[in-house]
Design a protein. Structure first.
Length: 305
């Protein structure tokens, strides 16, 4: 089981010194997967996008650890001009992908991206053009493999049907607590895992990466209440089961959630955004946390109990 380190806030809310310390500890503990994007974090005050990649690149240069980490970054959601948002995103044209890849490689200070993600959908561009651009980067050695985030499942399947390179890694929003069906998520552009997606991943043997796995701290922090979309009776029962299991194991609810995700069917790779060392240590503690069949069943069936 492995956790991916989410580096969204590196270089903005998390300064370079703190980012380096978190990265050092993550690798020291055996972590290898780092998740970032070319648009992190343009929406924060003073942010323009690219800050996270830049800090990771400086860390790689100073530590000489490029061969020990697996870096994923994303293309498609960086605003074309400062001060604008996703309505003005770069998109997934051949030109946008090529330009973005060159920028990411430069900021990361590397000659290859291990996993390059299509961040958000761009239906203005033919899938053949998008996948052709990714294919060129793979053939040139600039990209190892390609993944897709926040896309409709039917669009993923159409892209995969075009042949190599295929989207073999999927990234969507998911956690133990679930939003009410049909309710729009609070964050623009987020796509949530559903049963169809889980069935698709199982059938095709793809890797599923999940973000917002800890609901931005809502499992454990009184100052981070659940969004109203998650406030419903079935989640109250699930939350009670989660706390009960955590108490029995001597673990935190966050650690149980991560272990539940990593040991599920299909197993998932949770991306844990970290801004402090204590958060990282807590997440690392989940890697060796085992949920036996009885505990997992209690968690899985809590909503219907």
């Amino acid at each position: 089981m492995e956790i991916a380190l989410g580096a969204m806030l590196f270089g903005t809310r998390v300064d370079e010194e703190a980012s380096f310390a978190i990265l050092d500890r993550f690798v020291e503990a055996g972590g290898t997967m780092i998740d970032t994007a070319n648009n992190y974090a343009f929406w924060l005050e003073g942010g323009r996008g690219g800050e996270s990649e830049t800090v990771i690149g400086r860390w790689l240069a100073s530590r000489g650890l490029r061969d020990r980490v697996f870096i994923g970054t994303k293309v498609g959601a960086q605003p074309k001009t400062p001060g604008t948002g996703l309505e003005n995103a770069e998109g997934l044209s051949e030109k946008a992908i090529r330009t973005a890849a060159e920028g990411s490689l430069r900021r990361l200070g590397t000659d290859h991206i291990d996993l390059y993600w299509a961040h958000f959908e761009d239906r203005s561009v033919a899938l053949e053009e998008t996948m052709g651009a990714f294919g060129d980067l793979v053939r040139e050695g600039a990209v190892g493999r390609v993944g897709v985030s926040n896309h409709a499942v039917w669009r993923v399947e159409r892209a995969r049907a075009l042949g190599e390179p295929r989207y073999d890694d999927l990234q969507y929003r998911y956690s133990y607590l679930l939003p009410q069906p049909g309710v729009k998520l609070p964050e623009n552009g987020h796509h949530h895992v559903d049963e169809e997606l889980l069935d698709y991943v199982r059938a095709e043997g793809m890797r599923l990466w999940v973000y917002n796995a800890l609901l931005a701290g809502s499992y454990t922090r009184p100052d981070k209440p659940l969004h109203w979309a998650y406030e419903h009776p079935s989640n109250e029962r699930r939350l009670a089961a989660l706390r009960s299991v955590a108490d029995e194991l001597g673990a935190t609810p966050n650690q149980v959630v991560l272990a539940w995700l990593m040991g599920g069917d299909p197993p998932m790779i949770p991306i844990v955004g970290v801004s402090a060392m204590a958060q990282l240590e807590e997440a690392l503690g989940a890697a060796d946390l085992a949920l036996d069949a009885e505990l997992r069943e209690r968690l899985d069936t809590a909503a219907s109990a």
